[in-house]
Design a protein. Structure first.
Ligand code: IPE
Ligand code: IPE
Ligand code: MG
Length: 253
């Protein structure tokens, strides 16, 4: 067993880990290859990390695979990513089922070409009764899109007189996010040395611990995940309180 894995306290795992899978393009360029080559190899990391999370008993894993802004990339790259997405889902859905993994998608599905939408919907349907790891794919997703969308839906509820303006609070907002049924991520990992959020889960990351690594996504493996979890477990999460208050509550438990 890996030494890092042994260091992980199984009793205080994050319930939800979110990852910005970055660096595929640079990984490929460094090898003198086309960006799409990096995306293909990124799929191997997805497999490995999904497996790693399932083995640990993580409840939710959200993977940022394609942002709203990524639609503006060169046409060939967007087309290549769509095909990769569809072929990967087709290939992997059986394995997901075997491992009791339930697939979810967050994002603006209406932007997707029909062939991709159909494949995704089929996979959602096939895995919907699974009770193991919830694998949440953020596709055509952006935090600002999600918040604007929530505002629109809340306004509709008010207009249809299902909701009073005075009753709108944080819980209401949360209920209209794509992640309404998921807990907020406690740990957010970004690969490839970029220190930004890039429109990912803007609302949900309010109190997440952020972990950045220089490792490019196609090189990211279980060991790197364990390292992030060990780091996470060494932090003190204060939620606005003082360190002394946190120590008191920890003593009480
Ligand atoms: C992440 O890798 C995958 C997607 C955004 C689809 P990038 O393609 O952003 O790789 P870099 O950041 O250019 O190296
Ligand atoms: C964020 O990565 C989106 C995904 C990983 C899917 P980008 O590579 O698109 O982010 P920026 O452009 O460097 O901020
Ligand atoms: Mg990038």
């Amino acid at each position: 067993m890996s030494q890092l894995l042994e260091k992980i306290d199984k009793g205080s795992l994050p319930r939800h880990i979110a990852i910005i899978m970055d660096g595929n393009g640079r990984w490929a360029k460094e090898k003198g290859e086309d960006r799409l080559f990096g995306h293909y190899h990124g799929v191997e990391s997805v497999r490995n990390i999904v497996e790693g999370c399932a083995e640990l008993g993580i409840e939710y894993l959200t993977l940022y695979a394609f942002s709203t802004e990524n639609w503006d990339r060169p046409e060939y790259e967007v087309a290549g990513l769509m095909e990769l997405l569809v072929s990967t889902i087709r290939k992997e859905v059986e394995t997901l089922n075997k491992n009791k993994i339930r697939l979810h998608v967050i994002g603006d599905m209406s932007m997707f070409p029909d062939f991709a939408k159909n494949e995704l919907n089929e996979a959602l349907e096939i895995t919907k009764a699974n009770t193991g790891l919830n694998l949440v794919m953020a596709l055509s997703y952006s935090g600002r899109w999600e918040l604007a969308n929530a505002a629109k839906e809340i306004a509709r509820e008010v207009k249809e007189e299902n909701l009073n303006v005075e009753d709108i609070n944080q819980k209401t907002v949360q209920q209209f996010l794509c992640t309404a049924n998921f807990p907020d991520p406690e740990l957010m990992i970004r690969t490839s040395g970029e220190f930004r959020i890039s429109n990912f889960l803007l609302y949900q990351l309010a109190y997440a611990e952020l972990y950045f690594t220089n490792v490019r996504w196609p090189d990211f493996r279980k060991e790197n995940l364990y390292q992030a979890i060990v780091d996470f477990q060494g932090r003190e999460r204060r939620f606005g309180k003082t360190g002394e208050q946190i120590a008191e509550t920890n003593k009480a438990h």
